[in-house]
Design a protein around this ligand. Structure first.
Ligand SMILES: Cc1ncc(C[n+]2csc(CCOP(=O)(O)OP(=O)(O)O)c2C)c(N)n1
Ligand SMILES: [Mg+2]
Length: 553
């Protein structure tokens, strides 16, 4: 530090991040970030996690935000580095994960390089982030960083972006970081709570739906108490999985398919839906219709109305507090009888149980789901990429705790499975973590195997190999199109893993899968499992059998 407290602006930037509690910065620096990197090298608090692609850095930063509620930070250079962030930014914003991207830029005051690598990154980010800003003076860094953090973490959390041009990064400044403020989320208004409670008490068959927004601020305990007191059964969306332990006797299932599943039949039985943490980015777990069940919307924000969602009563405020108030106020109606509703879930469990017992080879998806559940301890974390198996896991994998099933039903991008598992393994070194990926999705960020090995993570990567973009093939078949254009070859995944210094395993039978899962979750290091899967019945079961069976009930 020179006279009058002056140091270069990038030093101040790091001080601001430290003041926010930043622990990691993920990314791929470029020459435009070198002042920032130099300042970072002197931080005792923040660790640089170098990745092999900016997209993976962005997915890791987002997953940090998803697990902790605190902003995950990532860095890239201008132009191509920044464009590689775009998918991760969308993933964070749609998925509600607080995440901050810092990108470099050529000098903005004077430039000799024409437009080489220069894109208008701020405009590019505009539609996919909550806040984007080009820093034009070192003195502004404290307020802009504070503002970016505030917006990233405020409901609904999402991505923010700051551009730090080279000449601003090296500019001397005497500014100081601005401390985080102490702020509490507003609570729901008691009159709104009363209205909702009256509606619930009057209903014949209320039901609780838990969505993505209920999976953030530790609402699980309040929701469980609400269910305990009232006996009202609950279902979840894909991103609401695990908020309450799914072994609970009042669990009705997860709405993973769009319609026609057992769980949808249970909702049809209801005349009052208490919809907690609903987010329009997820496929709707039910469709409202005029004259149908009434809906109570419990969330941080009022409902975005659309033709299939127009709730009659809204309880707006901190979700956990709102549910607590509702629980305190409600008197369970003595005429409530949920036996019939719960019967649908029992029928689903019977159906899935039979399928899960099928030990054929290549491995049958419902059997695989059961084996993974058996191999994972109570607090184990599975991180899904995107493919047709996501539906099998969302429906069939029993989640015991919040954030133990990380899946993305918001952007639903391929490629996030491995990076999100790596982040989970870094944050929770004492828990078992498994990435579950299709052969397509895995290969969208497979280069991060090197990062995982370099970081010394303990991690199992389970690859479901059908040599195809199976999800699209499944939809293609369902729409009556000919099988075309969706198959490919694969590398030898065992050798591939070994070439990174990871352990490779190839599954040869159901028993072998069981032994291998046990071995991998018990042995340190990065493990990759090549598991051939039999997708031949996806269409029959998911599109036809389930609809027919649940309809017949
Ligand atoms: C980045 C991205 N590209 C394309 C898609 C569309 N898409 C969804 S699932 C899928 C196929 C996934 O294949 P794979 O990972 O092998 O899983 P599988 O369904 O075969 O199990 C595709 C192409 C997507 N969701 N994300
Ligand atoms: Mg595949």
């Amino acid at each position: 530090m020179s006279e009058h407290g002056k140091r270069k602006a990038s030093d101040l930037f790091i001080e601001c991040l430290e003041a926010e509690g930043c622990e990691y910065i993920f990314g791929v620096p470029g020459e435009e970030n070198l002042d920032f990197l130099d300042s970072l090298s002197r931080s005792k608090q923040i660790r640089l996690i170098l990745t092999r692609h900016e997209q993976a850095a962005g997915f890791m930063a987002s997953t940090y935000g998803r697990h902790t509620g605190k902003t995950g930070v990532c860095i890239a250079t201008l132009g191509p580095g920044a464009t590689n962030f775009v998918t991760a930014a969308a993933y964070a914003t749609l998925g509600g994960m607080p995440m901050m991207m810092i990108t470099g830029q050529k000098p903005i005051k004077k430039s000799k390089q024409g437009r080489f690598q220069i894109l208008d990154v701020v405009s590019m980010m505009e539609p996919i982030v909550k806040y984007t800003h080009q820093l034009a003076a070192g003195d502004n860094i404290p307020s802009r960083v504070r503002e970016a953090y505030r917006l990233a973490e405020e409901e609904k959390p999402g991505a923010v972006h700051l551009e730090l041009p080279e000449d601003i990064a090296e500019e001397p400044t005497a500014a100081e970081p601005i401390a985080r403020s102490v702020a509490r989320r507003p609570s729901a208004e008691p009159k709104a709570v009363r209205q909702a409670v009256e509606m619930i008490e009057r209903a014949q068959a209320p039901v609780l739906v838990i969505g993505a927004g209920a999976n953030r601020k530790m609402t699980g305990r309040m929701l469980e108490q609400f269910v305990e007191k009232t006996g009202i059964p609950f279902l979840t969306t894909q991103m609401g999985k695990g908020v309450i332990d799914e072994r609970h006797p009042r669990f009705l299932g997860c709405a993973a398919l769009s319609a026609g599943d057992f769980v949808h039949r249970a909702v049809e039985d209801s005349d009052c839906i208490i919809n907690v943490g609903h987010d329009v980015i997820e496929k709707p777990p039910f469709f409202m219709k005029a004259g149908g069940a009434c809906v109570i919307h419990v969330s941080n924000r009022t409902a975005e109305v659309d033709p299939v969602y127009f709730p009659q009563v809204e309880v707006i405020g901190d979700i956990a507090n709102a549910i607590w108030q509702m629980k305190e106020d409600v008197t369970p109606n003595r005429s409530w009888d949920f036996t019939h509703m719960l019967g649908y879930h029992k029928a689903e469990l019977d159906h899935t149980g039979k399928l899960a017992a099928d030990a054929r080879f290549p491995i049958f998806p419902p059997h695989l789901v059961q084996q993974v559940r058996d191999a994972m301890p109570r607090d184990g974390i599975i991180c899904l990429d995107n493919g047709v198996y996501k539906i099998w896991f969302a429906r069939g994998y029993t989640a015991y705790l919040p954030n133990t099933v990380l899946l993305d039903n918001a952007l639903a991008t391929m490629g996030a499975g491995l990076p999100s598992a790596m982040m989970s393994a870094m944050l929770y070194p004492d828990r078992k973590v498994m990435a579950i990926c299709g052969d397509g999705g895995f290969m969208m960020n497979d280069q991060e195997m090197e990062t995982a090995v370099r970081l010394g993570l303990n991690l199992t990567v389970l690859i479901l190999r059908d040599d195809a973009y199976g999800m699209i093939r499944w939809k293609q078949a369902n729409m009556g199109f000919a099988d075309f254009g969706l198959t490919y070859g694969n590398p030898d995944f065992v050798k591939f893993a070994e070439s990174f210094g990871a352990h490779g395993h190839r599954i040869e039978s159901s028993d072998h899968l069981r032994e291998t899962l046990k071995h991998c979750t018990d042995t340190p290091g990065v493990h990759l499992i090549d598991c051939p899967v039999d997708y031949s019945e996806n269409d029959q079961i998911l599109n036809k059998d389930i609809k027919a069976l649940s309809k017949a009930l």
